[in-house]
Design a protein around this ligand. Structure first.
Ligand SMILES: Cc1cc2nc3c(=O)[nH]c(=O)nc-3n(C[C@H](O)[C@H](O)[C@H](O)COP(=O)(O)OP(=O)(O)OC[C@H]3O[C@@H](n4cnc5c(N)ncnc54)[C@H](O)[C@@H]3O)c2cc1C
Length: 395
C-alpha cells in the first residue's frame, strides 16, 4: 500500500550549501512552491572569519543581485579583487587588471557561509518558500505523481522535481543511479588565513610551484586566505608544523621576505578530486553544484559553476512551464544538461591541463610555460578569453 505524505511542493532542494540555497531562492522567484532540506542554516558569520572562503566571479555576483541577495552580502565583509597575478617559479607574472578592461573589480572573496546564509535569509522571507521537514533527506520513494522525500525528522514531502544539491557525496545522485567519472589528483589543499605586515592592495596572487598551486586571496581586513595544494605526503609534513615554521615555509614557497607573515590561523585540508556526473538528470531529478561536479580549486570556479547550474536549471524549467510543458519531464531536464555540461566539461578539462602543466618538474616545461605566459600577457584576445573565464562573463 502506498504510504501517505505530509507536505506537497513543486520543487524540493536537498542541500543547503551555496548551490542549493540559491536554486531554492531562484525557484521561489519564478513562482514555484519550494522547500529545502539540510542540517540547518549556518547563518551569516559574525566577527570571526569563517575559514571556507571562495572567489565569486561577476556572473555569480549578477545572479545574487538578480535574486536580491547582494545588498545583504554587501552589508557584511566583502573583499573585491582588482587584480590577479599568476606566476610560476621561472617567469614574470601574468597580470589581469580590472581597470584595463573597464571593470571596478574582477571578483570578490566571500565567506561561503556569508553567501549561503544571506541567500537563506532572503529565501525564508519569500512567500513561495515552505519550510517543511527538518534535517537532511534520508530516503526517496517513487510515487505515481512525483517523488516522496523522507526528511531526518520523519516528514514525508511529495515533490514534482527533486534537486540534488547535496554535495560531492550526493545521496540524490546515488538514488538516481547516476554514476560519475572520477580523477584523484592525489593532492590536498591546505587552507588557512594569514596576517601580513603590509597591504595586499586587493590583489589575488597565485604561484604555480612544482608541488602544486599556492594562492594568496585578499580578505577584507588586509589578511589573506591561503589555498596551498600539494601532494598528500607533503601535506602531512606541512600540517605537522607549528605556526612559526609554517609561516617560514609559506614565505619560502611564495618567495616573500622572511617575517612578512606575522600570524596564522589553524590549518584545515581538503582532498582534491575531479568528479563529473555521467548524467545531470534522471526521472524527476536534477543535480547541481558539487553533487554534479567537483574541480581543482586552482581557478576558484567550483562554487561559481554551482551558481551557474542553479540559474540555468531554474531558467529551463521556468521556460518549460511558461510553454505549458510538464516542467519535470525528462525532455525539459535534458535541456538543462545540454546547457551546462559543455561549459562544465571545458572547465574541468582546463583545470586538468593546468594541473598537468604546472605540478611537475620536467626541465623543458618552464621554457614552454614562460612562452605561454608571455603570449597570454601580450595578446589581448587571449587575455580577454582568460578574463572571461575568471569573471564568468564578457567584460
Ligand atoms: C580548498 C578549496 C577552495 C575553493 N575555492 C573556491 C573558490 O575560490 N571559488 C569557487 O567558486 N569555488 C571554490 N571551491 C569550491 C567550492 O567550495 C564548492 O564548489 C562549493 O562550496 C560547493 O557548493 P555546493 O552547494 O554545491 O555543495 P556543498 O557546499 O558541499 O553543500 C552541500 C550541502 O548539502 C548538505 N547535504 C549533504 N547530504 C544531504 C542530504 N542527504 N540531504 C540534504 N542535505 C544534504 C550538506 O550539509 C551541505 O550543506 C573551493 C573548494 C575547495 C576545497
Amino acid at each position: 500500500m502506498e504510504k501517505a505524505f505530509h507536505h506537497e511542493v513543486d520543487v524540493l532542494v536537498a542541500g543547503g550549501g551555496i548551490a542549493g540555497t540559491l536554486a531554492a531562492l531562484a525557484f521561489c522567484h519564478a513562482g514555484f512552491s519550494t522547500s529545502l532540506l539540510d542540517d540547518g542554516p549556518p547563518g551569516i558569520p559574525g566577527d570571526e572569519y569563517r575559514q571556507r572562503v571562495s572567489s565569486f566571479n561577476l556572473a555569480s555576483e549578477q545572479a545574487l543581485r538578480k535574486l536580491g541577495v547582494w545588498p545583504l552580502i554587501a552589508r557584511h565583509r566583502i573583499s573585491p579583487i582588482e587584480r590577479i597575478e599568476v606566476r610560476d617559479n621561472a617567469s614574470s607574472p601574468l597580470v589581469f587588471d580590472a581597470a584595463t578592461v573597464g571593470l571596478p573589480h574582477l571578483a570578490h572573496i566571500l565567506e561561503n557561509d556569508l553567501v549561503s546564509g544571506a541567500t537563506r535569509e532572503v529565501l525564508e522571507s519569500n512567500p513561495m518558500f515552505q519550510q517543511v521537514g527538518a534535517g537532511r533527506a534520508t530516503d526517496i520513494e517513487r510515487n505515481p505523481d512525483g517523488l516522496i522525500v523522507v526528511a531526518a525528522d520523519g516528514s514525508r514531502i511529495r515533490c514534482q522535481l527533486l534537486i540534488g544539491a547535496d554535495g560531492a557525496d550526493s545521496m540524490v545522485r546515488r538514488f538516481a543511479g547516476i554514476g560519475r567519472d572520477t580523477f584523484d589528483y592525489r593532492q590536498r589543499a591546505i587552507v588557512t588565513r594569514v596576517f601580513l605586515n603590509g597591504a595586499h592592495h586587493r590583489i589575488a596572487r597565485q604561484r604555480f610551484l612544482p608541488t602544486g598551486p599556492l594562492a594568496f586571496l585578499p580578505l577584507a581586513d588586509n589578511s589573506c586566505s591561503i589555498v596551498w595544494s600539494m601532494e598528500e605526503g607533503m601535506a602531512g609534513e606541512i600540517l605537522s608544523l607549528d605556526d612559526g615554521p609554517f609561516c617560514e615555509r609559506l614565505e619560502r614557497a611564495f618567495d616573500i621576505e622572511p617575517g612578512y607573515i606575522h600570524g596564522v590561523e589553524p590549518r584545515t585540508t581538503f582532498p582534491l578530486r575531479r568528479t563529473h556526473a555521467t548524467r545531470y538528470t534522471a526521472d524527476r531529478m536534477a543535480l547541481i553544484g558539487d553533487a554534479c561536479h567537483t574541480v581543482h580549486p586552482l581557478a576558484g570556479l567550483g562554487a561559481n559553476q554551482g551558481i551557474a547550474d542553479a540559474m540555468a536549471l531554474v531558467d529551463t524549467v521556468d521556460q518549460a512551464r511558461a510553454r505549458g510543458q510538464r516542467f519535470w519531464h525528462d525532455r525539459v531536464l535534458a535541456r538543462y544538461q545540454r546547457s551546462r555540461r559543455p561549459q562544465n566539461s571545458i572547465i574541468l578539462a582546463t583545470m586538468d591541463l593546468f594541473h598537468l602543466g604546472f605540478a611537475n618538474d620536467l626541465r623543458w616545461l618552464p621554457e614552454i610555460r614562460d612562452a605561454v605566459f608571455s603570449l597570454v600577457d601580450h595578446a589581448p584576445v587571449i587575455k580577454r578569453f582568460f578574463i572571461t573565464q575568471a569573471t564568468g562573463r564578457m567584460p
